[in-house]
Design a protein around this ligand. Structure first.
Ligand code: ADP
Length: 169
């Protein structure tokens, strides 16, 4: 418990429970799965201090993708985007924690990998906007919609960190 002890204390302070509970949707796209990046990506989010509350692997239907990307339906790349996103399995996750939406966007990097900083997922693992490895919700509202679209609430687990005192008898 010592290593992650400081986070236990954080979660136990009652002052800002609501923003500690902020959630975002992260999806590892088919190219990320193909390239065996799942472990490294999950590790980055765990290491940063976020909490995984939902996880599944699936091959997405056109229906769910057209809902997910409805704001982009007029873009020239829309149909190739849907083809890419349905071409193989996705790993879809919900992560929780303080400022998780904004912090995840920073960890993911710019949409266009040419502009993504080294140290971000896209800046480290991608060279092309049409194969950019990962999705992250871009606002708290957007995250709520996306989480509802991809997950049933029963599949999101509201678990607590183990109390150090109960494990160190
Ligand atoms: P983000 O995923 O960073 O939130 P957008 O919502 O603008 O970015 O775009 C959604 C996804 O559409 C991108 O992640 C990328 O996969 C794809 N995309 C965006 N722009 C282009 C483009 N110019 N050409 C091909 N694909 C694109």
């Amino acid at each position: 418990g010592l290593l992650w002890g400081h986070r236990v204390v954080w979660h136990r302070s009652k002052s800002s429970l609501s923003d500690v509970k902020e959630r975002t949707l992260i999806a590892i796209k088919p190219d990320g799965v193909q390239r065996r990046l799942v472990g490294q990506i999950i590790q980055r989010f765990e290491q940063r201090g976020f909490k995984l509350v939902g996880l599944k692997m699936l091959q997405a239907s056109q229906d769910i993708l057209s809902e997910h990307y409805c704001d982009l339906r007029t873009k020239p790349f829309y149909s190739s985007l849907l083809r890419y996103m349905s071409s193989g399995p996705l790993v879809v996750m919900v992560w929780e924690g303080h400022n998780v939406v904004q912090t995840s966007r920073t960890m993911v990097g710019s949409t266009n990998p040419a502009e993504a900083q080294a140290g971000t997922v896209r800046g480290d693992f991608s060279i092309h906007v049409s194969r950019n490895v990962i999705h992250a919700s871009d606002s708290v509202e957007g995250a709520q919609k996306e989480i509802q679209l991809w997950f049933q609430s029963k599949d999101l687990l509201d678990w607590d960190c183990w109390d150090q005192t109960s494990t160190s008898e």
